[in-house]
Structure formats: C-alpha cells, structure tokens
Design a protein. Structure first.
Length: 340
C-alpha cells in the first residue's frame, strides 16, 4: 500500500500534462486543506480502497459508511468529503484518456461496495500490484500499456462482482434515457427546458418523460432540475465562488431566481447550504452499527426510492434551523435554462 504523503504516478500517455495520468496515492493526500474543512471537487476519476479506520464519507452529500474492505468509486466532477482524521485508504486515480480504446463500462462499477472473501483478496491484490508498478515503472515508457491494462482489469473485475447493477429498464426506454442523460450533461448549464432536449434528440417530451420514469422513477423535468441543483450544490460546497456567479454559470440571470430554484430543489437557501458544510466531518474509531450484506454493491444508506434512487438518511452537518440540507440525488448523469 502507499504510505501517507507519497504519490506514485506513471508517465503521461500523451497529450497535455495532467490529461492522461494514472497514479496511486493515499486518501489523506486528497485533503483540500488541514482538517479536510470542506468537500473536495474531484477533477479525475478514482477508486479508494479503505485499509484502516471506520467512519462516514460523504460522496455528493450522501453519507457512505466505510471500514476496511470498503471500495468507493468516485467520478470526476463529484464532491468528496472524509471524516477527520481521515480513513486510511489507497487511491487509484486516472484521467479519461488512460482508458481510451479499452472496453470498460465505468457506469457498471458501483459507487460503494463492501468487499469480502475471495473478491476482497483479488481486488486488494490488484490495487497493491498497480501501486507497486506505478512506483517501480513510473519512468519507463514501455510500462504505459501495462498500467493501463492493469487499471482496465481492475475495473472489469469490479463490474463482474454480483449485485452491482440495478434491474435493467426496458431496452428502448434505457437507450432513450442514456441519450437524454448525455445531452443533459452537455446542456444543463444553458437550458432546463425538456422541450429543448427533445428537439435536440428528435423525439417528443412524452417520450423522454416515459424513458426517465422507466429508468429512474422521475420525470424528465425532475432529472434536469436535479442535475442543475446537484452542480450548484457541488460549487457552493467546494468553492468560494460568489453565489450570484454560480447562479449565472448555471443559466440564472437573476440571483433571486437562482435562490428560489435552489431552495425549492434542496430545501435550504444557497447561503445556508454553504454554511452547513464549512465544518469537517467528525471521525469515528468505532465500527458502524450496520452494514449491507458483503458484496451487495449497495451503499449503507437505508431504503431506496422508485428507480433505485437512494433516500439519504440524516447526516451531519445541519444548519441552524435543524433541517438537514441535502440535494436530491441525480439520475447518475455521469453526474439552466434562462427561464425563471
């Protein structure tokens, strides 16, 4: 495993520096400052294998209980916050070009999994070997392919573990939703109108809504609005950008319109939401009271809503009025109109 404070990296695979690297480091190395005082907005995808400690990590404001053997899959653009002191974990981090040309479905890797038995042994072995090879061959151009394929094998192994994928939606609806999801990722800073997405995709609003209901249990409008609210939440929690500027970046020309939208979607004003996340998560030396069954691939978050959307349980911190500030999770859009 990688000692705290030490990062191992491979040579860049081509393109600008920082574009395609694979590296391994400790979870403590990711901390945005002393005490992990705020969530961290990730600029690259990563896997984190917990090797020591017990505590709750927040991933996109969703609490996930962790202990040795827990594996987290974090996407670029998500926000991560860890307890203080942070858990011991080995992190494998990569940029998209590192998997270019390799047949890996990242959407099939569960965001939380408690490994056990032979699955744990295999994943730990592969993470350890990848860390060792990153260190040993970091200046050897010929090792670039080895490291890329090691990462691909690790991710493929994770997609094959039982219990990770939710029941499949009807094929036509799933394909439509996937196209819609990708279009929302490109367009959410500019429009929240479902009509605009339907026109771009050459289908009707009814078709998009039917597909979203089949896959997520939510309407197309809810999917778009939740994606915008999630991005606003990420920027409020992980940056010092003025609230009005964040609103403008998401298509709201008037701060009051952004405030009303955010309060409706999240349940708190932008200022209250930001203030509630200015304190670090407390650490815990005790094992969590409950965990899902090993290898289930499901987070320890309690029940799920229609479409497999988890209902987040109460978790720190809370704003002064005692209300838990939590955005509704998105439809895994992987991760605003000018209308008021």
């Amino acid at each position: 495993m990688v000692p705290p404070g030490q990062s191992t990296s491979m040579p860049y695979l081509g393109g600008p520096a920082g574009d395609v690297a694979i590296d391994t480091l400790s979870l403590r190395d990711l901390a945005p400052g002393p005490g992990w005082h705020r969530p961290l907005l990730l600029d690259r995808d990563l896997l984190a294998l917990v090797t020591g400690g017990h505590g709750t990590v927040e991933l996109d404001f969703r609490p996930l209980r962790c202990r040795p053997g827990t594996l987290l899959r974090v996407r670029a653009g998500q926000v991560l916050r860890c307890p203080v002191p942070p858990l011991d974990a080995t992190v494998v981090r990569w940029a998209p070009a590192a998997l270019h040309g390799l047949d890996v479905d990242l959407d099939a890797v569960a965001p939380w999994r408690q490994l056990a038995g032979e699955d744990a042994d295999a994943v730990i072995s592969e993470v350890t070997q990848l860390a060792v090879d990153c260190q040993r061959h970091r200046d050897v151009p010929a090792a670039q392919g080895l490291l890329r394929h090691q990462l691909a094998v690790l991710l493929l192994r994770l997609t094959l573990l039982p219990g990770g994928a939710p029941p499949a939606a009807p094929r036509a609806e799933a394909a439509t939703f996937d196209r819609f999801r990708r279009e929302v990722e490109r367009g959410y800073p500019h429009t929240r109108r479902v009509e605009d997405y339907a026109a771009r995709l050459g289908c009707s609003v009814r078709t998009l809504t039917r597909a979203c209901l089949a896959v997520t249990g939510r309407s197309a409008k809810q999917v778009v609005d939740e994606r915008v609210a999630l991005q606003a939440s990420r920027l409020l929690a992980a940056s010092d950008e003025p609230i009005a500027r964040i609103g403008r970046s998401l298509g709201f020309t008037e701060p009051t319109n952004f405030g009303r939208f955010f309060t409706r979607e999240v349940g708190a004003s932008p200022g209250a939401f930001r203030a509630a996340r200015e304190q670090p998560l407390p650490g815990s030396g005790r094992p969590p009271a409950a965990q899902p069954s090993p290898g289930s691939g499901q987070p320890a978050d309690g029940p799920t809503a229609p479409g497999g959307r988890p209902t987040a349980p109460p978790g720190p911190p809370q704003p002064p009025n005692g209300r838990v500030v939590r955005p509704r999770p998105p439809a895994d859009v992987d991760g605003a109109s000018r209308q008021a």
